[in-house]
Design a protein around this ligand. Structure first.
Ligand code: MTE
Length: 324
């Protein structure tokens, strides 16, 4: 992620090129002690071999009981757990891909409460367990595509976002849903650098939020989310670029107008509000036609809506070049 106009931004544009992504991956592998690049491509089945304790960043590693497991990534190989938990975007904990795994241990994810407010009949402040427990946890294997043109396949654990939202009885004025991340410089010391506007914010149109694919994750790979992946609660919107999937959510607000979203607000010509994965609409500074799956050497074509055509009806009649 890069804002062209921000001189304080620590990331060079070269870093978003696929070559640099690859270089970052090498750095990551070197850190993991995997010298041979051949190991980078050995994605298949590695998640199960990884000792889980390695990624305990304070979020706990309790096993999650699942009611249902659905693969929604066309049977594609899952990206290894260690890769997904050590190659992250989470600017509250630093801007290098390895920073969140190194730094997010300072985030205290229990107790945790979420405020639900705005245009709804039953607003409230709920402890995380009270928010999630009424629903059966599901595992959904989704493709996840970052705007920087890398992608992963992850078994997320959570609940459909619609199930949670409906409980608060949104009114007819609730046209959008706004989400806010925790902002606490004590627990997130790097936010003092002011790289982004804090707290991190995101939003969805209400029909997007209610779509059966929109997911609220509390875990991945059968375990509680590592802090660096958004513990204890994050959005997972598989047909949109990754920055829509806001982490460490503390507030959900039903609103009438399109809410401000961090990247869109900071650089609206580069990061649209909708941010649907769309290979036909390039980022102003790089192509979105293809992507590199982490752990693979060669690029693959990017699919419209990230390969989830069932969401197309949400955008019927809209010019997706304008509403990118
Ligand atoms: N949420 C918060 N609060 N802060 C962030 O910096 N980064 C976003 C998104 N959610 C971000 C965030 C971006 S740019 C991406 S690509 C995804 O998280 C990355 O999720 P992952 O690290 O679990 O792959």
């Amino acid at each position: 992620m890069l804002i062209r106009s921000s001189p304080s931004h620590p990331i060079q544009s070269s870093e978003i090129t696929p070559e640099a992504t690859y270089a970052d991956r090498r750095k990551f592998l070197a850190r993991m002690g995997l010298a041979a690049i051949g190991l980078a491509t050995a994605g298949c089945g590695r998640a199960a071999e990884m000792p889980a304790a390695k990624v305990d960043a304070g979020g706990g590693l309790a096993e999650l009981k699942l009611s249902k497991q659905t693969s929604m990534a066309g049977g594609e190989t899952q990206t290894p757990f260690d890769t997904v938990s050590h190659y992250n975007n989470y600017y509250e904990f630093g801007t290098d891909k390895s920073d969140p795994a190194d730094n997010a241990g300072t985030l205290k994810t229990r107790p945790w409460s979420v405020t639900v407010e705005g245009e709804c009949e039953a607003p409230g402040v709920l402890a995380l367990d009270d928010l999630i427990k009424p629903f059966a946890l599901e595992e959904r294997v989704y493709r996840h595509r970052c705007v920087e043109a890398w992608s992963i396949v992850v078994p997320w654990v959570g609940v459909p976002l619609a199930d949670v939202l409906k409980r608060f009885k949104p009114t007819s004025k609730a046209k959008f849903v706004a989400f806010t991340t925790l902002y606490d410089p004590q627990q997130m010391p790097l936010t003092r650098r002011g790289v982004l506007e804090w707290p991190y914010r995101e939003g969805l149109r209400i029909d997007e939020a209610m779509h059966p694919l929109a997911f609220l994750s509390v875990g991945m790979y059968g375990k509680v989310l590592p802090n660096q992946n958004g513990a204890p609660l994050r959005l997972t919107i598989p047909w949109k670029y990754g920055f829509k999937s806001i982490k460490a959510i503390v507030k959900i607000r039903f609103v009438e107008q399109q809410p401000a979203a961090t990247w869109n607000h900071m650089a609206e010509d580069e990061y649209g509000f909708y941010s649907n994965v769309n290979p036909q609409v390039d980022h102003p500074r790089w192509s979105q036609k293809s992507e590199r799956r982490l752990g693979e050497l060669f690029k693959r074509p990017t699919l419209m809506f990230n390969g989830y055509p069932e969401v197309a009806a949400l955008y019927a009649g809209m010019d997706l070049r304008k509403n990118f």
